[in-house]
Design a protein around this ligand. Structure first.
Ligand code: GLU
Length: 475
């Protein structure tokens, strides 16, 4: 057993990331101490606070971890789950650091978590816990537009982000930038259009880009392009749900969807919007009329397919099931879904793994846009939309005169349209995901790195080294 393995013979989650980091470090020649500093978690805040639930006082366990301060503010989601523990939150915070660097989002990585099961607690009590957690963060200076900016994650969403903002504002009244203390807020509370679907859309853009690389597709025996590719998605939370919709709309075939209670399968493809309607009406994806049930949800990961998208929790592909995975491509929409042992098995099988620190960076990318919007106090597109439309109209008039041809009303509508907030956010996201993909692939090629994960880590660590060198290490 190596020193990083625990008693059960498996690695702690944080050790998994350290392992990936060390593989990348082989391609970086820099003083060892600086690499150690990048790897380490800078601040870990573990708290216990009391909340009165019904007649009882419950002691709640919660965390906020700031992995890196090389850029400020720190940034990362807050998850609500009974699995929350210090090792998990430290690891997820570290992933945020690497993720932000890859997509040029100027933040250090952070993560928070509260050990509760939101499905068994009333919304009044979730609100109480969220507000108390926020005031604990404020007390210790662990939240603020320039300090540390939370966002949604597993088990949280717009509602919780609104409560965090409201609590922050009530204790920091008069702070003109208070809106930027948290992202993933509803649009009516300073959120940005396009944030909700951003992670899923980013996953779609990343996989689409890969599917257009001839040599990669041929290496796994697939044709170029996304149309007709057979996809399995595990986890229908915010990320999996939106990714499934975008893949379906683009002409890929969703052959299986897996949730906690089981999975559904149809070789000819599932109509994603009909499945979601069924889920909404029945509280479960099982017994969908146009599909077969798979009772053991883990078995869905092992079905024959072109692309597997784990979009739920960490460590779902491990040394015991990796050999049975038949997918040719795995897109890590979740954080850390593949253990290092499984990673090695899949690598040997020639599976292309698109790593989490790149593929699910769409969420934090659009969080960055939301933060910028909050600090600038103006909606994207507000200043230029009408101006663009006027310029386009003039331009069109000239074309019509020169060509002596009238353009149809439908065509005119399309050409004249000035950019709305959602258009700008989506184009910023698309550009970010395309650029990130090619930067990783170029580095992989030029340094002859064995896989995309290690290349992504090298890219990310190099960027962090660059900021440390420009910043200087000592305050
Ligand atoms: N929780 C998301 C993630 O893991 C989003 C983080 C953010 O927007 O700050 O990437």
């Amino acid at each position: 057993m190596s020193k990083n393995q625990n008693k059960t013979g498996s690695y702690s989650f944080f050790n998994c990331i350290e392992k990936n980091f060390d593989k990348a470090a082989r391609f970086i020649s820099i003083e060892k101490g600086l690499l150690e500093q990048i790897k380490a978690c800078n601040s870990v805040y573990r708290m216990h606070f009391p909340v009165k639930i019904g007649k009882e006082i419950k002691v709640i366990e919660a965390y906020r971890v700031q992995h890196s301060h090389h850029k400020l503010p720190c940034k990362g989601g807050i998850r609500y789950s009974m699995k929350v523990n210090q090792d998990e939150i430290m690891t997820l915070a570290a992933l945020m650091t690497y993720k932000c660097a890859i997509v040029d989002v100027p933040f250090g990585g952070a993560k928070g978590g509260i050990k509760i099961d939101p499905q068994t607690i009333s919304s009044e009590n979730i609100e109480k816990i969220t507000r108390r957690y926020t005031s604990e963060l404020i007390k210790k200076n662990f939240i603020g537009p320039g300090i540390d900016v939370p966002a949604p994650d597993y088990g949280t969403g717009e509602r919780e982000m609104s409560w965090i903002f409201d609590t922050f504002l009530s204790l920091r009244s008069g702070d003109v930038d208070a809106l930027a203390c948290v992202t993933g807020k509803p649009v009516s509370q300073g959120g940005v259009r396009g944030r909700k679907e951003a992670t899923g859309l980013g996953v779609f853009y990343g996989i689409r880009e890969l599917c257009h690389v001839k040599e990669d597709m041929y290496s796994v025996g697939l044709d170029v392009g996304l149309v007709g590719k057979k996809i399995i998605i595990q986890g229908l939370g915010n990320v999996g749900y939106h990714a499934a919709s975008f893949f379906h709309e683009s002409g890929a075939i969703i052959i299986a969807l897996a949730e906690r209670e089981g999975a559904i399968y149809n070789e000819k493809g599932l109509n994603v919007s009909k499945v979601f309607l069924h889920l909404k009406n029945n509280g479960s994806i099982l017994n969908f009329p146009e599909a077969k049930n798979i009772e053991n949800t883990e078995k869905a990961l092992e079905l024959e397919c072109d692309i597997l998208i784990p979009a739920a929790l960490e460590n779902v592909i491990h040394k015991n099931n990796a050999n049975r995975i038949k997918a040719k491509i795995i897109g890590e929409a979740a954080n850390g879904p593949i253990t290092p042992e499984a990673d090695e098995i899949l690598d040997k099988k020639g599976v292309i793994i698109v790593p989490d620190i790149y593929l699910n960076a769409g969420g934090v990318t659009v969080s960055y846009f939301e933060w910028l919007k909050n600090l600038s106090h103006v909606r994207y597109g507000r200043m230029e939309k009408k101006f663009r439309e006027n310029v386009n109209a003039e331009f069109l008039k000239v074309i019509e005169t020169v060509c002596k041809k009238t353009i149809s009303i439908e065509e005119k509508k399309m050409i004249l349209r000035g950019p709305r907030e959602i258009d700008l956010v989506r184009s910023g996201l698309e550009d970010t995901m395309i650029n990130g993909f090619h930067k990783i692939c170029d580095l992989k090629k030029s340094l002859k790195i064995e896989n995309m994960r290690t290349a992504a880590f090298v890219l990310s660590i190099n960027k962090i080294i660059d900021s440390y060198e420009k910043l200087g290490i000592f305050p």
